[in-house]
Design a protein around this ligand. Structure first.
Ligand SMILES: [Zn+2]
Length: 476
């Protein structure tokens, strides 16, 4: 996608750069040329060698775009179904029912709408764990949805097999074995991605192995090796799910023992990681992603993200699923910070609060960029990096007075304060509205697709679905 103007000039903002050399800047301008931040400073002169889009928003606070390290975007069409579910309920209803009744077109549409909703919430990059690859067409459509939306993403092709369900639209096509999925992942890598270099392509390719805690380690090893051979830029997987870590397989340790960890690995959840595993993640440059809402609700333990950063790991936050909560990234920040504070306050009488707001803002921007291998390109407002920015308009009753700008963003802002979002130098949200979107048409399609999905899902035999989840105790 091309930017509309040669230059974009943001005027007179408070900029939380998240660049350690710049810190917070007041009354600051940002000049964007093409996809890149060209200059940062007060009263920047307007260039004369091209047309300029000037953005001058009252009481503006600029942050880098938020980086979401773990998401399953296909679930956007069933938002809210999981609000009272445990992980066991989720496994049955999502992984064995809803995941099997999506058509390829449903998946593509879900990716597109999810990305737009994420952009609306200031998420400019996402590490997508795509476990709805029921047919090759699902993969093609999902990638198209991502590319069309304008978001920056690493699409990790999921090897997980949603079981074919009788009556589902593509049931006859869903004999899609692991070997076929790996072959299809290679096709996808070669068809939809050229260099797979995030400096050159906004959407890149990765791979997500099948659930490692519940399969022999050799299968996970084989999938990690295959991912690298295919050319995956990132490999992401769920591990060490706190109370749900019933198998105690210590996947991270087992991969470390085989010398397979590296900066291309991103582990999600990880509440039951051992000290040795944190050390292995830190020393090899792998990453860890916490998803506070789903982890706290569904029985996956307390978010490990601060334990990870304390131990020198690259670490960040993720939204995980809108089949549960919404796409507000600010909500995940608050939850992560406050639950960490609560845990620490229980241990020692809190005369002072150790965890600062700036820490969670960093892990939501620079931390996420590091986990995604984008630290040199995004995550901070820095000259030479990609222009992925959020502009919060803080002149309303919910935000005035602004005394501590980082505090305003994390503790007082809402989605409606995110006036402008810029990705790759292109304005994708402006004046509080997504740019170029026909919402009534989108809404009508969304409602129709959701209705059909729910109708097919309602006919599925849940007892049979439950029987597939042997590792857990089945309870009604
Ligand atoms: Zn997940």
């Amino acid at each position: 996608m091309k930017t509309e103007h040669a230059y974009t000039l943001i005027k007179d903002a408070t900029v939380l750069t998240m660049d350690p050399e710049l810190g917070m800047l007041s009354n600051c301008d940002i000049l964007i040329k093409g996809q890149t931040v060209k200059a940062i400073g007060q009263n920047l002169p307007a260039p004369s060698d091209g047309d300029i889009k000037v953005i001058d928003i009252p009481d503006a606070i600029v942050t880098p775009g938020f980086v979401d390290g773990h998401h399953h975007m296909w679930q956007q069409l069933i938002r809210g179904v999981a609000v009272d579910w445990s992980l066991f309920d989720y496994a049955i209803n999502i992984r064995s029912v809803y995941g099997s009744v999506y058509t390829a077109e449903d998946a593509g549409f879900a990716y597109y709408v999810a990305a737009l909703d994420m952009i609306n919430n200031g998420i400019t990059s996402v590490l997508e764990h795509g476990h709805i690859m029921n047919t090759p067409q699902h993969a093609d459509a999902s990638i198209k949805g991502l590319k069309d939306s304008g978001i920056r993403a690493c699409f990790c092709y999921g090897l997980y097999e949603n079981p074919p369900i009788s009556g589902a639209p593509d049931a006859d096509k869903q004999s899609f074995s692991l070997a076929e999925r790996l072959a299809d992942a290679r096709r996808v890598r070669n068809t939809h991605f050229q260099t797979n270099d995030p400096a050159k392509e906004r959407v890149t390719f990765g791979l997500a192995p099948t659930e490692p805690d519940y399969q022999p380690i050799q299968e996970t090893v084989d999938q990690v090796v295959a991912a690298r051979e295919i050319g995956a830029r990132l490999i992401t997987m769920h591990v060490a799910l706190g109370p749900y870590d019933t198998t105690h397989n210590h996947i991270v340790q087992q991969l470390a023992d085989r010398d397979l960890l590296g900066p291309d690995l991103a582990f999600s959840h990880g509440a039951s990681l051992t000290e040795g595993e944190f050390k292995a993640i830190s020393s090899t440059g792998a990453g860890l992603v916490s998803t506070p809402d789903t982890e706290l609700q569904m029985g996956m333990g307390f978010p490990a993200v601060f334990r990870a950063t304390d131990r020198g790991c690259k670490a960040c936050l993720g939204v995980d699923i809108t089949s549960n909560q919404g796409n507000s990234f600010v909500a995940q920040m608050r939850l992560a910070l406050q639950v960490q504070r609560a845990q620490e306050n229980e241990i020692a009488f809190p005369l002072s609060i150790k965890r600062k707001t700036a820490e969670v803002l960093r892990m939501s921007t620079m931390g996420g960029a590091e986990v995604m291998g984008l630290g040199h390109l995004a995550g901070s407002v820095t000259v030479g990096k990609k222009a992925d920015l959020n502009i919060f308009r803080c002149d309303d009753i919910g935000t005035v007075p602004v005394i501590d700008p980082a505090g305003t963003v994390v503790f007082h802002s809402s989605t409606s304060n995110i006036d402008t979002v810029i990705i790759d130098g292109r304005v994708v949200k402006e004046n509080g509205q997504l740019v170029g979107i026909d919402w009534p048409a989108l809404k009508a399609e969304l409602v129709a697709r959701t209705e059909r999905i729910r109708q097919v899902a309602s006919k599925v035999d849940l007892a049979a679905a439950k029987a597939q989840w042997g590792p857990y105790t089945v309870q009604d």
